[in-house]
Every structure is written in C-alpha cells, then in structure tokens.
Design a protein around this ligand. Structure first.
Ligand code: GLU
Length: 342
C-alpha cells in the first residue's frame, strides 16, 4: 500500500508560455504589485523594522534554468519562515516521509505560527513543519553530532537549493536571538512533551540562524524551481532532494504555507507557497517553475501584500493554478465507448 502511494506511475504537469511571454508577464506582475502600498512592516524582530518599505522584486525561474526578474529582484533580505519549507525537505530526504510525518505532522493548526496553545491542544504534537513548533522540531531532526554541524548542514542544504552560498545576516540573527523568548518557550515545551531529542535551546538557536539567511527574490525563484523540477536545481543541475520529497514538501505547503491565510491563498492562487515575515514569498508550480517575490509590507497574518498581488497575477497570466481546467474539445457529444476505442 505504502509503496504504491510513494511511487507515482506518471507525472503530468504542463508547460509555461514561451520565454518572451514570461519575461513580459514578470514585468506586468511587478507593475501590478507596485500599485499597492497597503500593509505594515514586521517589527517584532527589531532589526526587521529598519527595512526599506519600498523595496519590491519579482522573479520567475523556469525548470529549464531561465530566470526572469523585475524591480529589486536582487535585493537581499532574511529568509525567515521560508527556510522552514527547505529544511523540511532536507530532513525528509534524510529520514523519510513516514518518520517526519509521525514526528512533526502535516496538518494545519488553524492558529498563529508561534502559538503555544496549538501545542497544548494537540498533546505536545507540533502538527506541521511550517509553524514554529514544527519547524524547531524539524531543525532538531537534522542528523548531526553537534549544533554547529546541524547549522552547517542546513546552510549548505539551503545554498544548494539557491545555487549559491547563502550567508547569515548577523544583525538580524542577533536581533531575533535577543527577543525570541517565545520560540525558546516553544522549544522547551516540546522537550517537556518528549518531542525533541536534541537540546531544545540549541535547536532554537539553529532555527534562528536558518531564519537569518539572506536571499533575494531571484534566489527564492530558483529555490522554488528546484522543488518544481523534481528536486534538481535547474540552474546548477545539482540534485538536492528526490522527486518524492519535492512532492511531499509541496503538499505540506499547500495547506500550511501562508499562516492562517493558507486556505485563502490556495483558493485565490491555486499553488503551494511559503511566506516569511521579512516580506518574501516563494511559490511553486510543479513541473514549470518557481516564483520569488519580496516586499516588506505585510498583511495582518504576515504575508507580503505586494508579493501576493504579483504572485496572483502570475498564477493567472502564466496559467499555473493547479485547480483550473477548461473543457476538452472532442465532440460530437455524447461520448460513446466506440469513440474511445477508435
Ligand atoms: N524567525 C521568525 C520567528 O520565528 C520567523 C517568522 C516568520 O517568518 O514567520 O518568529
């Protein structure tokens, strides 16, 4: 039963429009996103409050390796929660689907990303890898003999997704480490429930570092395209994770990637994605490519407002919504069994 579920006989996705069309539509998406000045910059991590609210970048990376950009697509910012998606993929690659599902879970909590109540309501189960409890538990699962080795493996793994070495923003890291009492409480609570084997405060520290890695919108597009390309980075050609792990990661993101707005996002955009409080969003169109956006003004759930606008535009204009279909032209109707065998 499980082998059957893990071994899809066929993969069917589709293709993007031609490169010139994608290039033009990325520019259009940028202009569409730019029209909004709604939202507020995150301030609960003091260093993030200093971000330039006007920065806005859009990028699409195709599975053939072409990368399109508009606006401030090379401006760097801390990856924050978006790191959760890629660390989850790395841990699944190491430990396998079942172990991670059992230890961390794949169900939406319906509560805030940093909720302690969600842990209590679920008998200490972290529920999913995209909330802080599940992300800290996932980081703690990265096989390593020490916290330093765990960090090195995560930095190396996320860099492989991006196709270049990602560096830590020391100021963001220090700012969050000085103010993350809540995440430390979450780590300790997980330990009390026996959900974390490693030192919980060391795991929170590694988690804080992974959130402080600097990426650009163009990096996010390539990272997303790696998950869209069966786990192979389409720019470097490196296999980062297996096709099954890429698929599992997207399935988790579909229901949990955009905080408490995950349902609305899936309804509006029809694609798996993950956002972070510095203003980045990565979105993945399986078999076609990745979208990376960055703009620091956020909605009340913590999702970039301009980023959501640009992504929604691209989902429609590039035909990416996985739930959309058109009637197949076959006629004459009604269909008969003889027509099928002809
Ligand atoms: N490092 C942040 C935290 O744990 C990530 C928040 C986010 O991007 O959602 O609070």
């Amino acid at each position: 039963m499980d082998d059957l579920g893990r071994t899809p006989a066929r993969v069917s996705t589709g293709t993007l429009p031609g490169r010139d069309d994608v290039e033009r539509l990325v520019d259009d998406a940028y202009r569409y996103g730019l029209a909004s000045r709604d939202g507020e910059i995150a301030t609960y991590i003091p260093r993030l409050a200093q971000a330039d609210p006007e920065l806005f970048g859009v990028s699409v990376a195709e599975v053939d390796g072409a990368v399109h950009t508009a606006g401030d697509a090379d401006a760097v910012f801390s990856i924050q929660s978006i790191s959760k998606a890629f660390v989850y993929a790395l841990v699944c690659e190491e430990l396998g689907h079942e172990t991670v599902r059992e230890r961390v879970g794949v169900n939406n909590t319906g509560l805030a990303f940093n909720s302690v109540v969600a842990i209590e309501l679920n008998d200490g189960h972290p529920m999913n890898p995209m909330v802080n409890a599940g992300a800290i538990a996932t980081t703690a699962l990265v096989p390593a003999a020490s916290a330093e080795e765990r960090w090195a493996r995560i930095q190396h793994g996320l860099s492989a997704f991006a196709g270049r070495r990602l560096e830590l923003d020391g100021e963001v890291y220090t700012s969050e480490a000085d103010t993350n009492q809540r995440n430390r409480a979450i780590g300790t609570l997980l330990q009390a429930y026996g959900r974390i084997d490693a030192d919980p405060l060391a795991a929170v520290d590694v988690y804080t570092r992974q959130c402080s890695l600097l990426v650009s919108a163009a990096d996010l597009a390539v990272m997303g395209a790696t998950l869209a390309d069966g786990g192979v980075n389409p720019v470097t050609g490196e296999r980062v994770v297996s096709p099954a792990v890429a698929r599992d990661t997207l399935a988790v993101l579909a229901s949990t990637g955009l905080y408490e707005r995950s349902g609305e996002w899936l309804f509006e955009i029809g694609l798996p994605g993950k956002s972070g409080v510095a203003g980045g969003i990565v979105t993945i169109s399986p078999g076609k490519g990745g979208i990376g956006v960055f703009s620091p003004r956020l909605d009340s759930a913590g999702n970039s407002v301009r980023g959501q606008r640009a992504t929604r535009f691209l989902s429609r204009a590039l035909g990416l919504d996985v739930f959309a279909s058109e009637a197949h032209e076959h006629g004459p109707y009604p269909y008969t069994r003889e027509m099928g065998s002809a």
